[in-house]
Design a protein around this ligand. Structure first.
Ligand SMILES: Cc1ncc(COP(=O)(O)O)c(C=O)c1O
Length: 403
């Protein structure tokens, strides 16, 4: 006889992005070449100077517990990088370093949300935001945004979603999954609404260094000064520095919230790995050439991916940042296709994603788990050649379908 799991898990969905990666891995294990447009991590290795700094740190003894919320050295590097890259000055007592930005967000959820609370999340959203809210017994309040508005939440949409129970608003800029981002005017307009409220504003800036075409991304910490202690910025090294496996992210919050996060972390994971903290410091303070060369590669790939999708009739706006294209695939609905030798009519984004994996060997993620049925998320964090070949394979699969 099995013993029941905690009821808090009953309404929580597993990560859709990780599920697709697992399906694709099964095909790869059978020797099939899969075009990996489902991944959420840079395909580049961590820059060599970072790896060398980590090696040296290990030799020098970075093998022990550190201060729970990060070493003074890493916090000093975050202060410097925040000034340099985000344009505002912070003190170390506002920083909490955790095991990746996802862990930061989970700790924030633990510290802030409880049953009865509402958390406003614009859709399309990153899959973990509503699930973390649900895990705490709180209620995600999803606000639809449209492609026409660049998937950005308008000030009146925020105002209409606020209730006396609103505990937080979560924004992601540039966004996973749409790549949309807020410039200063659009973020300031939202913050003007938020300034009148009494809820936290959590801004996930994990993709902030990956913006293209000269887009001027608003820095929440700079634009949101009037929000005072209600503003929380989430950041990390995973995406900018190709360091997903090192697991370092951080929040910038009020000192009081940072203390609460320290209590949660002190009773759960304790500090993030000592060697990873040393590596993150080297990334933040080291040479910038590798950051720019990865960013410019993503910009080139964005254009190949987005132009290619539009040429196939899969409408896709050109995103300002991150490394995802978000394509409207509803034009494929009604197409009669063969999938694993069986006839099938495509009716949902999930149908399209599963068919593309089986027949075109292209791994994508369906839009529904991001709160956007009818769309597919296609990551371009893969080689130019694979993007071109994967697009050709999608085109060939579509042309075999019938109306
Ligand atoms: C929007 C967003 N926030 C946070 C994260 C988590 O990043 P980390 O590797 O720092 O946990 C991701 C990773 O996919 C993400 O897309």
């Amino acid at each position: 006889m099995s013993v029941d799991l905690a009821s808090r898990l009953s309404s929580v969905a597993p990560s859709a992005t990780l599920a697709m990666a697992a399906e694709a891995a099964k095909l790869t294990a059978r020797g099939v070449k899969v075009y990996a447009f489902s991944v959420g991590e840079p395909d580049f290795p961590t820059p060599s100077h970072v790896v060398e700094a980590a090696n040296k740190a290990l030799v020098d003894g970075a093998t022990r517990y550190t201060a729970v919320t990060g070493t003074p050295d890493l916090k000093a590097a975050i202060v410097e990088a925040t000034r340099r890259d985000r344009g505002y000055t912070i003190t170390p007592d506002r920083i909490t370093v955790s095991c990746g930005a996802k862990h930061v967000l989970f700790n924030l959820a633990t510290a802030l949300y409880e049953p009865g609370d509402e958390v406003i999340i614009p859709a399309p959203y990153w899959v973990s935001y509503p699930e973390q809210v649900r895990m705490m017994g709180a209620t995600p309040v999803i606000v639809e945004t449209t492609e026409e508005s660049g998937f950005r939440m308008a000030p009146d949409e925020l105002a209409n979603a606020v209730t006396p129970r609103t505990k937080a608003l979560i924004l992601c800029t540039p966004s996973n999954p749409t790549g949309s981002a807020y410039d200063e005017a659009s973020l300031a307009a939202l913050f003007e609404v938020a300034a009148k409220g009494s809820y936290y504003v959590i801004v996930d800036e994990i993709y902030a260094d990956l913006v293209y075409g000269g887009f001027k991304l608003a820095s929440a910490g700079k634009v949101g000064q009037a929000l005072g202690d209600r503003l929380v910025v989430v950041d990390g090294v995973s995406k900018t520095y190709a360091m997903t496996g090192w697991r370092i992210g951080w929040s910038i919050s009020s000192p009081a919230l940072a203390k609460a996060l320290s209590v949660i972390q002190g009773q759960s994971t304790t500090n993030p790995a000592a060697v990873s903290q040393a590596a993150a410091r080297a990334a933040l303070l080291g040479p910038r050439a590798s950051v720019e060369s990865m960013r410019s590669a993503f910009e080139r790939r964005r254009d190949i991916m987005v132009d290619g999708l539009n040429a196939l009739g899969l409408a896709c706006r050109k995103p300002e940042g991150a490394f995802y294209a978000f394509a409207d695939v509803s034009s494929l609905y009604g197409l009669k296709v063969k999938q694993n030798d069986k006839e099938k009519v495509l009716e949902t984004d999930d149908d399209v994603a599963m068919w593309l994996l089986a027949e075109a060997h292209v791994a994508t993620v369906a839009g529904a788990p991001f709160g956007a049925p009818g769309y597919l998320r296609l990551s371009y964090a893969t080689s130019d050649d694979d993007i071109r070949a994967g697009l050709a394979s999608i085109g060939a699969a579509i042309s075999k379908g019938a109306r």
